[in-house]
Design a protein around this ligand. Structure first.
Ligand code: ADP
Ligand code: MG
Length: 234
């Protein structure tokens, strides 16, 4: 479904990704792991066309998107839920969700999708008219994911959904990702919480200094003490 082949990318004169190749299949949850500064966020930003690759190719659903514009990528079925959630605090829950459907003009489709999001996350229905800034951290994460789902993606890029949440809310995040997966959406998951990621994903890539240093089933990675200690904090 998604395929990166030798992607190089960075900021200004600085090259961060040094030829990253990875793939996500239909219906898969794949984790992208690695230490702080490894280039995980840069990888997601490059896939969603917020950064332009300097070399290599990106394909999604059989189409080349290497030089596509961000809104075109969203229309093809790729949604990005950014780091730190970034919901709009002075807008209501419903308004935040509507903005997630900015590429959709059909009002009926928007209403139907909002209903689907409310079915996955009932608390958002209860609080639909409240300002997003008044939601708890876990609820804001649901809203950020719900907003991404409003474009009806086939693949969701999820950047550190458990960041800053209490251990209790981690369970909620796991539930959110399972709910997304149950809807048939594939997920590329970036997580600092390694055990959460290894639990949810079937495969994982480990990124270090802009290079993929491991690509393995999570079952194998869980037993790989050397890899866990070298790159993932033990
Ligand atoms: N906007 C930016 N401008 C310049 N350098 C950046 C920018 N964003 C990130 N970087 C650098 O890119 C590297 C990778 O960052 P990032 O992709 O955010 O890592 P990760 O998400 O794995 O923690 C880091 O060295 C970081 O300092
Ligand atoms: Mg990051």
């Amino acid at each position: 479904m998604l395929e990166l082949d030798g992607v190089t990318s960075g900021y200004g004169a600085v090259t961060i990704l040094q030829g990253v190749s990875l793939s996500v299949g239909e219906g898969e949850v794949v984790a992208l792991l690695g230490p702080n500064g490894a280039g995980k966020t840069t990888t997601l930003r490059t896939i969603s066309a917020l950064l332009r690759p300097r070399a290599g190719r990106i394909r999604f659903n059989g189409q080349e998107i290497t030089r596509a514009e961000p809104d075109a990528v969203v229309r093809l079925g790729l949604a990005h839920c950014p780091e730190e959630r970034k919901v709009w605090p002075r807008m209501t829950v419903a308004e935040n969700l509507e903005l997630g459907a900015y590429t959709v003009s059909d009002r009926t489709a928007i209403r139907d999708r909002m209903e689907e999001v409310f079915t996955s996350f009932p608390v958002l229905r209860e609080r639909r008219t409240e300002y997003a800034g008044r939601l708890s951290g876990g609820q804001q994460q649901m809203l950020a994911v719900g907003r991404a789902l409003m474009s009806a993606p086939k693949l969701l890029l999820l950047d550190e959904p458990s960041l800053g949440l209490s251990p209790l809310l981690m369970q909620q995040v796991a539930g959110i990702i399972r709910a997304v997966h149950a809807r048939g959406v594939s997920v590329l998951l970036v997580e600092q919480n390694i055990s959460l990621a290894l639990h949810l994903a079937s495969r994982a890539y480990v990124l270090s200094s802009g290079r993929v240093v491991a690509d393995s089933p999570t079952r194998a990675l869980r037993a790989d003490k050397t890899m866990l200690q070298a790159y993932l904090g033990g």
